[in-house]
Design a protein around this ligand. Structure first.
Ligand code: NFS
Length: 670
């Protein structure tokens, strides 16, 4: 029997709850109700179904059972997992490829409207690869960098270039284990080849290639995407933004950009501020164009321009149901096919823009970076023309402010200023125990769990334990909606040591670092923390954990693979795609154990699936404490901290003058 949840059970976000109640009133289905109606297949969910050939699908549910070809459960699970990781790596990395082509076009003055915005970053990135920079124009450097990056995708032999940015010891380990990616496309193709009927049939060997394919994304395609986005659109630094459905405006043309690639959305931002477009909107009776974003496109323009985020993954349908969205402009990834049918109930136009993505029934206006500004204006005019068709609106008046934009460059700068930029203060804070450890809480929403609940619960509980949180993707938007990313907003809920650090530096306790490809920023931070000294000589020694409490996409699995390979303990919520059914088939969890204990022996990192949030928190704290002990750091003791910073100043201000003098100067006398 399908279970039907109430709006409160489907999401903890009050704006989402309001819209889910409205959906019910209107008799409209959403991902939430479809998840309720559609029970997942328990054999597929456990990774025990093989549909690689037409002798099957083979569903292995009995002890000792094998597929028609003789494939065992562990082989089938490993094949399913590496295929998912290959798809995730392909998605993120293909985004990186498109960015590289855009950089090439910009360098050759062939990309209308784009400029090289961050020349300093261009020079730094180019120097990683010994591309000459002195005496050369930004375009010349960018042209060489674009050529180098484009070549990484089709490279057949050797090592993908960005791996040299990993800690030396880590790179050496990858070389010893034979997992350094040779070329980005090559590893993805090989994953598909190896998992074709009758190829690689040793689960551990298949999973070694899962690591190599994940690394091709994390230290390849995704890193390339982040580098080039910063070079072309600016390296993020703190900026004021807003999040949740309340950012939609009743008196403006609402255009929601949704997907992942910043190339078009950045140009739509520019076009929306163009006097011609503003005048066009006013002529249509609106005050102007209100842009907002969903998913990682939202993050890309939020962290750079402060363009508001309408929400995360599960908000895409809810935004349309406000009746206030003239156009939802989508590019690639995480776009629900349901949007088109849903939009028929309102006036919203769904506009697909990528040559790779069409949705039956949507309007297609193809993006081409050579004519980007012209196309962006065309799309906005389509949206403005649609304003007259708007009916009754229902916009939840719920939104929160936030300050996103914590790139690794900014974190470095904020800790020491322009002249003494350094990770030293962060390392010192971890070493002293003011910061117990660091948790990267990332990834999706999944309608099978209560939207944002796991994200928010884990974030809040870890903050109390003095764990500094960094976030990307839809997890970041979950915290933003809760108001945890604004200056002092979350500080009352934070442990005493972490609070001192946040007050001293002037940062929120939860740092928004960008979109999911920007998880590579976290790899860079960890590398720089290692280079700074005092926290070991490789990433696996740093007291840090990666969590994706509400994961659902193949990209999340690719991220997990490269984080594990980089030495991180990765905890996913929800269910494991290779969980097996150990109650029915005793060794059907061999792969599940291998990607945990097995990978830990090889790489120092491991992947575990822990559905219970309290257990997730326990495992996180146990891990950071274990790493602290291995480094010989003092045992975490919150009682030692909290006597400095703003809290102490406020305390002193409350005292009578004489007592205050005594406390500060050690004497009550003048
Ligand atoms: Ni990440 Fe971005 Fe969100 Fe999940 Fe989808 S938007 S790349 S996959 S759902 S975090």
């Amino acid at each position: 029997m399908p279970t039907k949840r109430t709006a409160q059970q489907q999401s903890v976000d009050p704006a989402a709850q309001e819209m889910l109640i409205r959906a019910e009133e209107l008799g409209i289905g959403t991902a939430f109700t479809r998840a309720d109606d559609m029970a997942p297949c328990n054999i597929g969910a456990a990774g025990m179904c093989c549909k690689q050939c037409d002798m099957g699908p083979c569903r292995l549910t009995k002890e000792g059972q094998v597929g028609v070809c003789g494939a065992t459960i562990d082989t089938i699970q490993a094949r399913n997992l590496v295929r998912a990781i290959a798809a995730g790596s392909a998605a993120h990395s293909d985004h990186g490829r498109d960015m590289a082509f855009t950089l090439k076009a910009v360098a050759n003055h062939e990309a209308e409207g784009y400029i090289i915005r961050d020349v300093a970053k261009l020079r730094i990135v180019a120097s990683h690869y010994a591309i000459p920079i002195e005496g050369r124009s930004p375009e010349e450097i960018a042209n060489d960098l674009a050529d180098l990056y484009i070549a990484q995708f089709g490279q057949q032999k050797g090592e993908v270039a960005p791996v040299i940015r990993a800690p030396q010891k880590r790179l050496q380990l990858w070389r010893e284990r034979g997992v350094v990616p040779r070329g980005i496309d090559r590893e993805v193709v090989e994953a598909l080849h190896r998992t074709h009927i009758g190829d690689d049939q040793d689960a551990e060997h298949i999973l070694q290639h899962a690591i190599r394919t994940g690394l091709a994304d994390g230290w390849g395609g995704s890193m390339i995407a982040t580098d080039i986005s910063d070079i072309l659109f600016g390296t993020p630094a703190p900026v004021l933004g807003q999040a949740n459905l309340g950012v939609l405006k009743d008196d403006m043309v609402n255009v929601v950009v949704h997907g992942h690639e910043p190339t078009l959305s950045q140009m739509i931002v520019a076009a929306s501020q163009d006097p011609e477009i503003i005048a066009y909107a006013k002529a249509a009776g609106a005050k102007g164009v209100q842009l907002s974003g969903i998913c990682c496109t939202a993050n890309e323009i939020l962290i750079r321009q402060g363009i508001p985020a309408a929400g995360n993954f599960l908000h895409q349908e809810l935004a349309i149901m406000t009746g206030s969205v003239e156009a939802m402009v989508v590019d690639v990834q995480c776009i629900m096919q349901a949007l088109v049918d849903l939009a028929k109930n309102f006036h919203t136009k769904i506009i697909t823009t990528s040559p790779k993505v069409r949705i039956t029934g949507a309007t297609h206006i193809e993006f081409d970076e050579h004519k980007a500004l012209t196309i962006a204006k065309h799309i906005l005019k389509e949206a403005i023309d649609n304003y007259k068709n708007r009916g009754k609106t229902h916009i939840p008046q719920i939104k929160e402010d936030l300050i996103p934009g914590f790139s690794h460059e900014y974190i470095n700068y904020m800790l020491g200023g322009s002249y003494r930029a350094s990770f030293r203060p962060l390392n010192d804070a971890i070493m002293s125990g003011r910061i117990r450890g660091v948790a990267a809480i990332v990834g999706c929403n999944n309608p099978r769990s209560q939207q944002d609940y796991l994200h928010n619960y884990v974030v809040k509980e870890l903050l109390k334990q003095d764990v500094l949180i960094v976030q990307t993707g839809c997890g970041a938007i979950a915290s933003a909606k809760l108001g945890l990313m604004l200056g002092e907003a979350g500080l009352t809920e934070v442990g005493p040591g972490l609070r001192e650090i946040c007050e001293t530096i002037g940062i929120p306790p939860v740092l928004h670092m960008g979109s999911c490809v920007d998880n590579t920023r976290i790899l860079t931070v960890l590398t720089q923390v290692v280079a700074e000294g005092g926290l070991g000589d490789d990433i696996d020694q740093v007291p840090a954990v990666g969590l994706a409490p509400e994961w659902m996409s193949e990209k999340a699995l690719a991220i997990a693979a490269y984080c594990v390979a980089s030495g991180a303990y990765v905890i996913f919520g929800g269910s494991s795609p290779v969980g097996g059914m150990p109650d029915r088939v005793s060794d059907s969890d061999k792969v599940l154990h291998y990607i945990s204990e097995g990978w830990e022996k090889l790489y120092g990192g491991k992947l575990e699936f822990i559905p219970d949030p309290d257990e997730m928190i326990k495992a996180t704290l146990a891990h950071v404490d274990k790493k602290r002990a291995a480094l010989g750091l003092p045992v975490y003791d919150p009682a030692k901290f909290g006597r400095s910073g703003d809290a102490r100043m406020l305390e002193l201000e409350m005292l009578p003058v004489a007592e205050r003098r005594q406390a500060i100067y050690g004497t009550a006398a003048d």
